[in-house]
Design a protein around this ligand. Structure first.
Ligand code: 5BU
Length: 256
């Protein structure tokens, strides 16, 4: 298999290229899921953990005290620590609607999120709608081909059709949210949520896999970690532990 750097060279989408490049340069395949509802705590966490991550994932609509400065401050941290911003918006409507949800409203996601994601459920028109807004800005889309919680419906034929849909719009679709590697086309990045240093569950359906299982055994590229980091006694140290576990698993996969 190819290194992240070799895969960067294959990519034409600028966000995919930037992602693989910074993963290689900073030796990290860790994405922080910064699911914090207070702005100052959110920014403090991102600043503390920023040096260990390649991507910070947001749910901007869960923040109680969001204001326009939130994004400016997040962008400053993204420059300071050199990470990409991924808004986990999970668009799931028709093309004309998702286009406006992406561009307009109070969050103007297209202006600041390098990466967004979408369900494949509404079909290719939704991807086209998002692409009308994001492609010329150099943004990238992850399609949700699989989900982490128990009993979810993104399985088998749904997953296969999602991958096919992504391949058909590979100028904008940079990869997949999945539990495993789904295609040998190495331009696509696979990002996996539901990761903790110890496997388990959260009581609301979430299922946790370990970094080694996700990256080495199942061939994914990026581990997405939320509570494993921000609920730790020392989130900075926890992020370093996840970063090391993710990177060791990647190096072991390269050797295998
Ligand atoms: P956790 O605290 O590490 O369990 O958070 C996982 C994050 O990933 C959280 O923001 C979810 O919304 C997100 N997620 C997920 O857990 N599973 C999925 O299948 C998808 C997203 Br898609």
């Amino acid at each position: 298999m190819k290194t992240y750097a070799e895969r960067a060279a294959l990519c034409t989408n600028p966000t995919a290229k930037a992602l693989f490049t910074l993963m290689e340069e900073q030796q990290t395949n860790l994405c922080l899921s910064a699911d914090i509802i207070e702005k100052e705590k959110f920014l403090a966490l991102v600043d503390a953990v920023g040096p260990s991550v390649c991507v910070v994932k947001t749910h901007i609509d869960m923040m109680d005290d969001f204001d326009t400065t939130t994004i400016v401050q997040l962008q400053r941290l993204a420059e300071k620590h050199a990470f990409l911003i991924f808004e986990d918006r999970k668009f799931a409507d028709i093309g004309n609607t998702v286009k406006h949800q992406y561009q307009n409203g109070m969050y103007n996601i297209a202006d600041w999120a390098h990466i967004i994601n979408a369900h494949a459920l509404p079909g290719p028109g939704a991807i086209e709608g998002l692409k009308e807004v994001g492609l010329h800005k150099g943004r990238g889309l992850l399609l949700i081909a699989q989900m982490s919680p128990v009993g979810n419906l993104a399985t088998d034929g749904y997953t296969d059709k999602t991958v096919q849909m992504g391949k058909e719009q590979s100028d904008f679709v940079i990869g997949f949210i999945s539990n495993e590697k789904l295609t040998d086309d190495e331009r696509f990045v696979h990002m996996t949520p539901g990761v903790k240093l110890e496997a388990g569950a959260d009581g609301l359906g979430q299922v946790y896999k370990t970094p080694a299982s996700v990256i080495k055994d199942h061939g994914s590229d990026v581990i997405i970690v939320g509570r494993g980091i921000y609920e730790a006694d020392n989130p900075t140290q926890a992020a370093i532990a996840y970063r090391d576990a993710g990177w060791d698993a990647y190096r072991a996969r390269l050797k295998a």
